[in-house]
Design a protein around this ligand. Structure first.
Ligand SMILES: [Zn+2]
Length: 307
């Protein structure tokens, strides 16, 4: 099972034991009262300069805050199964110094025993990314598909982390034929459990013959047709828009648009991260907004599997 970044296993086992004991002692009930949870971040846009500010936000500090909050949450809820940053990890051009600033800021998650997965956005670059995160490289898919791909088999669902980076620092995203073939094959191997797809770009259906700029997935039709053809695919999780929200694709696939950890394009939208709890028949998503006063902060959205 390819994994992006794993903490030391012994340490994780130790921490899990510690957490189990702690929870049992505190509540008198067995661990598992709460469904397993996942810490979902996106669009961190960390620059080489840790003090770099854009649109009123210091990106590295926002990431530090999200990491602190995830670690705090782990104290009360136990460790998440994993955390992830869903693309645009780096500021604009996926430069090596950007990842040099990113790496130590996610290290506290690894030190606490929490795996971290990173996907590629249009502001990332695989070469410099792998220089700083060599353990994230998966030689099989790297050679066959040329993309950064991960499958995570978890208890209640399998997660498929795709790579929609087409050209560095160009807004359009794309899977491409090879990656769609890879995804179809990996999905078919795991048809017995709900599947959740995670990628940076949003689906964008354009009218036939439209010459509008493609800001989402250039191969939206092929990608969504693929997901729709596999009834065990329940949700697609993406970032990119910096605009938190939920939609449902025809066919009942949940579309989950993550908030950015970094800056907003619209002042009234929230930034922060998502706590996702998985049960066997759906997902509950809770917004952890950096603005505690934001009307959507703390609100849980229940997404029962519909297909
Ligand atoms: Zn972004």
């Amino acid at each position: 099972m390819p994994i992006s970044l794993l903490p030391n296993n012994d340490r994780r086992a130790f921490l899990l034991t510690a957490t189990l004991t702690g929870v049992a002692a505190a509540t008198g009930t067995a661990f598992g009262k709460e469904d397993p949870w996942f810490a979902l971040m996106a669009d961190t846009h960390v620059d080489a300069d840790p003090k770099k500010e854009a649109r009123g936000v210091i990106m590295a500090e926002n990431l530090e805050r999200a990491v602190r909050e995830i670690l705090d949450e782990a104290k009360s809820s136990g460790l998440p199964e994993f955390s992830l940053i869903n693309g645009d990890c780096a500021y604009l051009k996926g430069l090596k110094p950007d990842y040099e600033t990113l790496r130590p800021r996610i290290q506290p998650l690894l030190d606490a025993g929490i795996p971290v997965h990173l996907t590629m956005g249009n502001h990332d670059d695989r070469g410099p990314f792998y220089d700083l995160f060599p353990e994230a490289r998966n030689p099989d898919t790297d050679t066959a598909v040329g993309k950064h791909l991960t499958v995570i088999e978890s208890q209640k669902a399998n997660w498929f982390l795709i790579d929609t980076l087409q050209i560095v620092d160009n807004v359009t995203g794309e899977l491409g034929e090879k990656q769609r073939e890879w995804l179809a094959a990996e999905l078919d191997k795991r048809s017995g459990k709900p599947a959740i797809i995670v990628g940076h770009h949003y689906p964008q259906y354009l009218p036939e013959g439209s010459d509008a700029r493609v800001t989402g997935l250039a191969d939206t039709v092929e990608f969504m047709d693929l997901l729709l053809s596999k009834p065990w695919v329940k949700a697609y999780v993406y970032g990119h828009s910096h605009n938190y929200g939920f939609k449902e694709a025809s066919g009942g696939i949940h579309l989950i648009n993550q908030p950015p950890v970094s800056y907003l394009f619209s002042e009234d939208r929230p930034n922060g991260w998502l706590k996702a709890n998985l049960s066997g028949d759906g997902m509950a998503v809770t917004l952890r907004a950096f603005d505690a006063q934001h009307p959507e902060n703390g609100a849980a959205t229940n997404l029962p599997w519909k297909r």
